[in-house]
Design a protein around this ligand. Structure first.
Ligand code: C5P
Length: 224
């Protein structure tokens, strides 16, 4: 099995980001570039990172009218992303059009509810009911829309996988045994997440902030 670890490259400067990828690339399976990276470095930055030869996950969380999202999806073909995210709350038509416009082989996965939101934030946006109900509702909608999977926590992935057996599940918020949790609250280890059914393990600071990032990535790889 190929390495499921995608390094979350959340560094603001391009040169240190490239240097980090080059240090750890033998021990990871891909690189996740988010909105911050894309806004700061644009297509040039994506191409620079892609030179390392690893698959690229563009975590741009598209959310707009279906036509705009489909056009954005076509515009990113040039980066040949392996994985792209959209917001499930954009609705079924938006997700269907996003998937239809994605390049062959590119996984389109849905963000259900941002983990920064709690029940009161949900209510304030007009959504009543628990966060769990909302996550499951949006996961079903993403499935029905033909997406490949969703982003979910290492704790949720087992439950979600029971309902969506061939889903592609992207799991962030992971911490190797014995490391600090930072601002992540509900953490599981990379191994637990993989055993629970994760397809991709998104890991940032446990590698990027380690004294020896290559050794940290290698140690994580060895547990999988
Ligand atoms: O540094 P760390 O391993 O916490 O990085 C996790 C990555 O996954 C970051 O890029 C973060 O934005 C992203 N993410 C997350 N939790 C979510 C969704 C995405 O940590 N629920």
């Amino acid at each position: 099995m190929s390495n499921p670890v995608y390094l979350a490259l959340d560094l603001p400067q391009l040169e240190p980001a490239k240097a980090l990828v080059n240090k750890v690339k033998a021990h990871i399976g891909g690189v996740k570039l988010g909105l911050e990276f894309f806004c700061a470095h644009g297509g040039h930055g994506v191409h620079e990172i892609a030179h390392c030869g690893l698959p690229i996950f563009l975590d741009l969380k598209f959310h707009d009218i279906p036509n705009t999202v489909a056009s954005a999806m076509q515009a990113i073909h040039v980066y040949q992303p392996a994985i792209v995210t959209v917001h499930a709350s954009g609705g079924r038509a938006m997700m269907e059009d996003a998937k239809a416009a994605a390049a062959e082989g590119c996984k389109v996965v849905a963000v259900t509810m941002l983990t920064s939101m709690d029940a009161s934030d949900l209510t304030a946006t007009g959504v009543y009911g628990s966060a769990e109900t909302q996550v499951m509702r949006l996961a079903e909608l993403a499935h029905a829309a033909g997406l490949d999977g969703i982003v979910c926590s290492g704790q949720e992935v087992g439950t979600v996988k029971k309902a969506w057996k061939d889903g592609f599940f992207v799991v962030p918020g992971l911490r190797p045994a014995g490391s600090g949790t930072g601002d992540q609250k509900r953490v599981v280890t990379p191994r637990q997440a993989r055993d629970n059914g994760a397809s991709v393990l998104v890991i940032g600071r446990p590698i990027s902030r380690a004294e020896d990032p290559a050794a940290a990535a290698r140690a994580i790889e060895a547990t999988l």
